[in-house]
Design a protein around this ligand. Structure first.
Ligand code: PHE
Length: 453
């Protein structure tokens, strides 16, 4: 095992706020504002939300703390972390699973972030003005089906991600994220106020908050689990990688709690902005990946200053996507650097090129390759499904087993003794969840979702 000293070549976050900003920046992104409302709509609303919240509290939070601990202890990328902490064992392959998930996720993530950039431009040119909900729907579909512009914006977004990772996280994005994220939250709250005061808003709130558990399917439960991992950036080593940059005195438990709660609140706030409007404008809640892009332009039209708010909203959504995408690219980059011994900048460029190429196919699968499907899913949805619903929960399963059974109580107590003062009872509960509850629940939901029983 490596010594506890932080090797000079590795960056360390400068402050407590810096750690929270970076981890929350990773967690809060398209997952909260684009994906959460859209899959909540697909899986029928409140019942999905409640199951999702259950997974966040019971499984997400303990695994987030575990990832931070593994990262800080090993001071390594996700593959190296398991290699250092469990030498000569197959645990390191959990790291490879994470790298694969990162490649898949960033491929389609870049496409959606590209849509968001296009919507900044559309906002600037007043492109939503006097369009009906139907017309806005058609506008979105036609846009994502064309081969040119979406790929251009996707590549632009990937270039921005790469540039930030190369220039350095601390001086650039971390500083701005601290200012911009609170503004994004404020805008969502303004949108919430407008949305809930629309005619017919109540139906939307009922959809989001009054559960009908009979609507829940095994696939829906698996997606709620997968999304808990996706939204909190868990299961693939993002927070192991970030944890490796966290100093010894940081209270990891508190950091994990703050990040989990903020991420969840922002998703719910996004839901409150979307669903009342969905019902008010007669949009199908289950309309899929376009939900946010179709619904919100309608809301902007119905509010004073809508022109201004829409520019700001899509701009900040892009920034939120950037603070997440850099954390995904960093998983692959750190692996290339430290395990394959590729030089820092070259590693980042190579990872970006590889992911961008896969991403181009994701974008094309919305239009040109729409008919090419596997298990009824196009390439974009397939990568999303495999990464979020399979690789991340599997990663989480192994991480909890690793902590609960391989590390065990003594190591966990030692690591928590650095800065995190948890009572003995809480530590026992934490270990119990890692040993039994998390792996058991993940295994059952996973097998059930795959139709094994
Ligand atoms: N959590 C990010 C979001 O919600 C996406 C992400 C997934 C980031 C996995 C890192 C790892 O947008």
């Amino acid at each position: 095992m490596k010594s506890d000293k932080i090797p000079q070549i590795r960056d360390v976050f400068s402050s407590k706020i810096g750690v929270i900003a970076a981890a929350a920046g990773s967690a809060v992104g398209l997952g909260n504002i684009w994906k959460f409302p859209y899959i909540t709509g697909v899986y029928g609303g409140a019942a999905f939300l409640f199951v999702y919240l259950g997974f966040i509290a019971l499984i997400g939070l303990p695994i987030m703390l575990s990832e931070f601990m593994i990262g800080r202890k090993s001071r390594s990328n996700v593959f190296g972390a398991f290699k250092n902490l469990a030498p000569n064992s197959p645990w390191k392959y959990v790291g490879l699973l994470g790298v694969a998930a990162a490649v898949m996720i960033l491929s389609f993530y870049g496409v959606v972030a590209g849509w968001s950039i296009d919507y900044i431009v559309k906002s600037l040119t007043d492109g939503f003005a006097s369009k009906s909900p139907d017309e806005l729907g058609i506008m979105f579909t036609q846009f994502i089906e064309t081969p040119g512009l979406p790929i251009f914006y996707q590549l632009l977004f990937m270039l921005m991600t790469m540039a930030i990772v190369i220039i350095g996280v601390k001086d650039g994005i971390e500083k701005y994220a601290k200012i911009l994220m609170p503004i994004l939250i404020l805008i969502i709250i303004v949108l919430d106020i407008r949305a809930v005061t629309l005619d017919g808003a109540k139906e939307g709130l009922n959809f989001l908050f009054h559960p009908d558990f009979s609507k829940l399917t095994a696939d829906g439960v698996l997606s709620a689990l997968g999304h808990a991992f996706f939204s909190l950036s868990l299961g693939m080593g993002t927070l192991i990688t970030y944890g490796s940059y966290i100093g010894k005195q940081n209270n990891l438990a508190k950091t994990a709690l703050i990040v989990t709660v903020s991420d969840t609140l922002i998703a719910i706030l996004a839901g409150i902005a979307i669903f009342p409007a969905v019902f008010a404008f007669g949009i199908e809640p289950s309309s899929g990946p376009g939900l946010v892009f179709i619904t919100l332009p309608n809301v902007f039209q119905q509010m004073p200053g809508g022109f201004f708010f829409s520019i700001l909203f899509f701009l900040l959504l892009t920034v939120a996507a950037l603070t997440s995408s850099i954390s995904i690219l960093e998983v692959v980059g750190a692996y290339f650097r430290e395990e394959l011994k590729i030089k820092r900048n070259l590693a980042t460029v190579l990872a970006t090129v590889m992911i961008s190429i896969v991403g181009i196919f994701c974008s094309l699968s919305m239009g040109m390759f729409k008919e090419q499907t596997l298990f009824g899913l196009n390439f974009f949805d397939l990568l999303d499904w495999i990464s979020a619903n399979m690789l991340l929960p599997l990663g989480g399963l192994f991480i909890s087993l690793f902590m609960g059974w391989y590390w065990g109580r003594k190591m966990i107590e030692d690591e928590l003794a650095n800065g995190s003062k948890l009572s003995r009872g809480l530590i026992s509960a934490f270990i119990f969840v890692l040993k039994f509850i998390a792996p058991g629940a993940i295994a059952i939901v996973f097998l059930n979702g795959l139709g094994v029983f």
